[in-house]
Design a protein around this ligand. Structure first.
Ligand code: DX5
Ligand code: ZN
Length: 214
């Protein structure tokens, strides 16, 4: 299992230590939640913070953009060295164009769907993306309760990927812990995002390792 700890639950006053913990852990990447107060009812952090994080983080950066008009920020994210740029299906009027702009900028392209967005809406873009992120909470906040139906969506997405021959990986974000992670692994998830489960743990290395070996 790939693990992408979400920086949103880190202690921002101790960012260097938190990133050091990620660097020395089994995490595969670091998940960055960018929020604009419009697409979601919260504001998190933006480019100046990502720039500092990128300087210190040795793991690839996975940017989850919970913002309107994400296509405006493709070149900035690529210049900061972000590996995966993930945009919400609900935020893109021209998703196909945005996905190709991301790829042309040298990043991997991901598409995210909210809990109320059906998997079948991805059938005409699934061959073009490197990753699909299934939100298992409504985006905007860490520490929310896992929505159980997300497990069925992972299963449905796995079937769509197999049917179409897509190479997309399946990532899941929201309320992930050792228990929900196990269900998601069985349903066919490739990559788990976890915020409070990792950064709220007594032993974050161990929490990452638990997900890694699911
Ligand atoms: C929510 C974010 C998540 C969040 C997950 O909008 O996309 O990445 O940090 O937090 P937990 O793992 O605490 O649910
Ligand atoms: Zn996220």
């Amino acid at each position: 299992m790939e693990v992408s700890p979400s920086l949103l639950s880190a202690d921002f006053a101790r960012l260097a230590d938190e990133i050091e913990m990620i660097n020395s852990s089994e995490a595969d990447m670091l998940h960055l939640d960018v929020m604009d107060g419009v697409f979601v009812p919260n504001i998190s952090f933006g480019f100046p913070v990502i720039k500092s994080v990128a300087k210190h983080c040795k793991k690839p950066l996975d940017a989850h953009l919970m913002i309107v008009e994400p296509q405006k920020w493709v070149s900035q994210l690529s210049e900061l060295g972000v590996r995966i740029m993930n945009v919400h299906q609900e935020a893109c009027s021209h998703l196909h164009r945005t996905i190709y702009q991301i790829k042309e900028a040298g990043m991997e392209a991901g598409v995210t769907i909210n809990p109320a967005t059906p998997v079948m809406l991805l059938q005409d873009i699934i061959r073009d993306v490197d990753l699909v992120l299934i939100m298992s909470v409504n985006p905007g906040f860490g520490g929310q309760k896992f929505i159980p139906h997300s497990v069925d969506k992972v299963r449905e997405l796995r079937a769509l990927i197999e049917r179409t021959g897509s190479k997309a990986k399946i990532q899941v974000d929201g309320g992930v812990n050792g228990e929900t992670g196990k269900l998601l692994a069985e349903a066919g998830a490739d990559n788990l995002v976890a915020g409070s489960y990792v950064f709220g743990a007594k032993d974050p290395h161990q929490a990452i390792s638990t997900l890694k070996h699911l």
